[in-house]
Design a protein around this ligand. Structure first.
Ligand code: HEC
Length: 510
């Protein structure tokens, strides 16, 4: 960029001051940060809505120039982008909310002006059974006038998946979760752990790959993001267990491996399974996990550096990521990380017709991270290009080297999302490690990290809702490091655990 001449500099300065002071609730909102994309491109971050309760999905609707969004406890609302005002539309009846279940995915009919339909999915409870329902709502004069059940499948208190997306042929796709089942994902005859494909009235399309079945692809654990690229590729984001979060390129009848394979086919067992019957690898996987959620294809000149990229919001990692695609839109060439730990967990992303980006926080959900929720959470933030250079800004994160993690980073990457940074856990969900008898016993401690743990009551119920995953993929040295780090937070005085000891416990295979 050329050096600016004086008068221009002055104009820029005035524009900057005006924009910073314009807390105009009409259509300005409040600029709270700037982001540097490159020397040429800076974005403002504007807070346009606050005080929400876990906005789960947001979809921009060009017909009304508004964003429709769901909140996990059952509210459906519309954000008018002319005024930045939120209008409550509907309290969805019979929403069962517990932890990650509730009112989840949302899609807008592509022909909204003639077919004013919103598609939602949510959890319901009948006696002791949970279900996921896919419903079509009809809007008239800004009100919901009809609510039709299109499809009902088994639900769970977790792993309900539930993103929705339309392709260019008005066909609707529903990404369903495995509801913690050991069998659904690999069983092509059930509807959980699948990509389901249907007409806009919920019927099975004649050209589905399996006759008379919604099932389009399978082998999924818990997809939390789904988007179509401009050439029609369907891409999803998915949560791995303790390792291997994924981005997948979805194709008909492909099997994506879960529960037999996690992430890349990189262990001898996985290679053998995939040799016997074909499994499709992700186009990207993360270990340590980031908890990828919102996924949105971006193709606008407003932020030319991000053209032909996926915008990704992450929960655990609390970041906004740019995944640059190749021309065929089926490979990820590059990854950049923005906004790390800045606004907390990011669950939904949408883009308006000009290429402005909207992200929503999820800091009032069941897993708030340190320092969150803020009083203003949850928020919808708008990223849009400014034509001046701000005096202070957030830059992208430097690339991380996972191989050389110190003990604290290991703990933060692999344990803190559940046991918390202070190792005190969360009552009822994740035990504290501070006063744990297991942590106090060298052998039990290392055995637990290597093999995971599932404690059940006398009648077979889980004591904690989730099992503790196995971390056997960490090296012996990493396990010793993380164990000794945890002990620094306790009063335990045992001598440090060494690498040899971890190796011995690993080989005992108790
Ligand atoms: C996905 C959530 C999750 C992550 C990540 C996780 N844990 Fe756990 N952990 C649990 C749960 C849940 C339990 C309780 C399991 C049970 O008893 O059924 C547990 C139990 C434990 C216990 C036993 C505590 C006690 O007294 O019962 C230890 C020790 C432990 N975890 C260590 C670790 C370490 C070290 C890491 C990181 C390498 C880690 N955990 C990562 C969920 C997690």
């Amino acid at each position: 960029m050329q050096a600016l001449t004086r008068p221009i500099k002055l104009i820029f300065l005035i524009a900057y001051v005006i924009s910073l002071n314009s807390c105009n609730p009409g259509n300005g909102g409040k600029i709270i940060d700037y982001v540097k994309v490159s020397d040429q491109t800076y974005l403002s971050v504007t807070e346009i809505v606050d005080g929400l309760d876990v906005p789960w999905d947001m979809q921009y609707n060009p017909t009304t120039n508004s964003i429709f969004f769901t909140q996990i406890k059952g509210k459906l609302a519309e954000l008018d982008l002319e005024t930045n005002k939120v209008k409550e539309l509907y309290q969805v009846p019979n929403v069962y909310h517990h932890r990650t279940s509730g009112l989840l995915g949302l899609a807008i009919h592509p022909d909204f002006s003639t077919k004013p339909y919103l598609y939602i999915c949510h959890t319901t409870k009948e006696q002791d059974s949970l279900f996921s329902e896919l419903r079509r709502l009809e809007l008239k004069d800004g009100k919901v006038v009809a609510n039709h059940l299109l499809l009902k499948i088994p639900g769970g208190s977790g792993h309900n998946g539930s993103r929705l997306a339309f392709d260019n042929h008005r066909i609707l796709y529903w990404a369903t979760g495995d509801i913690h089942s050991m069998t659904h994902a690999q069983d092509s005859t059930t509807l959980n752990g699948k990509i389901l494909r249907m007409n806009d009235d919920g019927t099975i399309p004649k050209d589905n790959p399996i006759e008379n079945s919604y099932v389009y692809a399978w082998g999924f654990r818990n997809m939390q993001g789904m988007t179509f690229t401009s050439n029609g590729n369907l891409l999803t984001s998915e949560h791995g267990d303790a390792i291997e979060d994924e981005i997948n390129w979805i194709r008909p009848l492909h099997n994506y491996g879960w529960i037999q394979i996690e992430g890349y086919h990189d262990t001898p067992e996985e290679i053998e399974i995939a040799r016997k019957s074909p499994r499709t690898e992700p186009i990207k996987a993360w270990t340590p996990v980031v908890a990828p959620a919102a996924l949105k294809y971006y193709s606008f000149t407003q932020v030319p550096e991000w053209n032909n990229s996926l915008l990704l919001g992450t929960l655990k990692d609390q970041s906004f990521r740019i995944l640059k695609l190749n021309n065929k839109q089926n490979q990820i060439l590059e990854e950049d990380v923005f906004l790390k730990d800045k606004y907390g967990r990011i669950r939904a992303i949408t883009v308006d017709k000009k290429g402005n980006i909207y992200i929503s926080t999820s800091n009032r959900d069941w897993k708030p991270q340190v320092k969150f929720p803020l009083e203003t959470d949850d928020r919808i933030l708008k990223l849009s290009r400014v034509d001046y250079k701000p005096t202070s800004f957030i830059s992208k994160e430097p690339k991380q080297d996972n191989e050389k993690m110190d003990a604290k980073t290991l703990y933060q990457s692999y344990c803190a999302s559940c046991h918390k940074a202070d190792a005190k856990g969360t009552a009822g969900s994740f035990p504290s490690l501070i006063q744990s008898n297991i942590v106090a016993n060298d052998k039990n401690f290392i055995h637990t990290i290597l093999n995971g743990l599932t404690t059940t009551t006398a009648n077979g119920q889980l004591v904690y809702d989730l099992p503790m995953p196995s971390f056997s993929f960490l090296t012996d040295a990493q396990i010793a490091d993380v164990a000794n780090y945890i002990r620094t937070k306790t009063t335990i005085k045992n001598p440090p655990i060494d690498v040899k000891f971890v190796e011995t416990i690993r080989n005992q295979k108790l």
